[in-house]
Design a protein around this ligand. Structure first.
Ligand code: C2E
Ligand code: MG
Ligand code: MG
Ligand code: MG
Length: 292
């Protein structure tokens, strides 16, 4: 009976594995079609510069599939990364961001827009072909774009990481570290790489709330102070509540991103959402914004 049990577990695992492969194959085939049929769109999540109230954006890809429904990027990006489809996804995102910047200059005036760079493109020619060429062709100023690179990507191959960052910087992009603090990594890269900023991972931000956990606030406080000492612009991601917002601004955090300010939105919803937010905090006499 014991042996049978073990066999049936093994069979179950194999079946799960086969099912997962099948799901992935279906998703890959659908993604291939999606790219041909232009099903991918880009949403923008507004971010707020806490010192100047300037709004910046992060571009986040969205896939509304008629067959699979809404597929979150954390599901399909890893599938795309196993194939060359990631190159097409990236080209599509970069192209759409550039087109939006060109077509609605009033929304993007003085704003920086960040784009997430996949580890699968961490090769100079791939970056050139699927990223830089498109931006040049569209005539978008690289200084208005920011590239987000995760800590994991850098630590996987720090030498290559350094080369790529130098290359991106030379062209004129800002470069920031995304999901800062999640991976077990050396802080050494903060001083050796020419970065513009870091984004504190949501897992740290979600810990700071009305319970005022001293330890969690101390960690965030430390990260902000370290960033300041190193002349890095510091963003908090995943800010969902007024408490978090207030604590982070009082700690001197430069930029706030999260549902408290705005969710990621289609382009046409940005203007009214931002206006609504500013009205709301002015009405509440939030004390943070000076009435302009
Ligand atoms: P990320 O770059 O760390 O992006 C932030 C994620 O957190 C986004 O999820 C965003 O919608 C979500 N978020 C923002 N504020 C809040 C908040 O207050 N609370 C909570 N719970 N979540 C918040 P999304 O759009 O599902 O993207 C997930 C990840 O997929 C991104 O993480 C990024 O790694 C990747 N991704 C998204 N778009 C692209 C893209 O165009 N290219 C590449 N290579 N990766 C992308
Ligand atoms: Mg990001
Ligand atoms: Mg992030
Ligand atoms: Mg994240």
């Amino acid at each position: 009976a014991k042996r049978e049990g073990r066999n049936s577990i093994r069979l179950f695992k194999t079946e799960n594995h086969l099912q997962a492969n099948k799901d992935e194959a279906i998703m890959e085939a659908e993604l291939y079609k999606a790219l041909e049929q232009d099903e991918l769109t880009v949403y923008y999540q507004p971010k707020l510069d806490a010192h100047t109230n300037q709004v910046h954006y992060e571009a986040l890809v969205r896939w509304f599939s008629p067959v699979l429904g809404t597929v979150p990027p954390l599901k399909f990006i890893p599938v795309a990364e196993k194939t060359t489809l990631i190159q097409d996804v990236t080209r599509t995102v970069v192209y759409k961001v550039c087109a939006d910047i060109k077509q609605t200059p009033e929304l993007f005036k003085n704003a920086r827009t960040s784009i997430n760079l996949s580890a699968a493109l961490f090769e100079p020619e791939l970056i050139e072909n699927h990223f830089i060429t498109i931006i040049n062709e569209c005539g978008v100023d690289p200084a208005s774009l920011e590239i987000e690179i995760t800590e994991n990507m850098l630590m996987a191959d720090p030498i290559k990481g350094m080369e790529i960052i130098e290359h991106l910087k030379k062209i004129g992009f800002r470069v920031v570290i995304d999901d800062f603090g999640v991976s077990y990594s050396s802080l050494n890269y903060l001083r050796s790489f020419s970065l513009d900023g870091i984004k504190i991972d949501r897992s740290f931000i979600s810990q700071i709330d009305q319970h005022h956990s001293e330890k969690d606030i101390s960690i965030v406080h430390f990260i902000i102070q370290l960033a300041k000492k190193l002349n890095l612009y510091v963003t908090a991601e995943g800010v969902e509540t007024k408490e978090q917002f207030d604590i982070l601004t009082s700690l001197g955090c430069d930029e706030i991103q999260g549902y408290y300010f705005s969710r990621p939105l289609p382009l046409e919803k940005i203007k009214s959402t931002i206006e609504h937010f500013f009205d709301y905090i002015l009405q509440k006499n939030h004390g943070y914004l000076e009435a302009a």
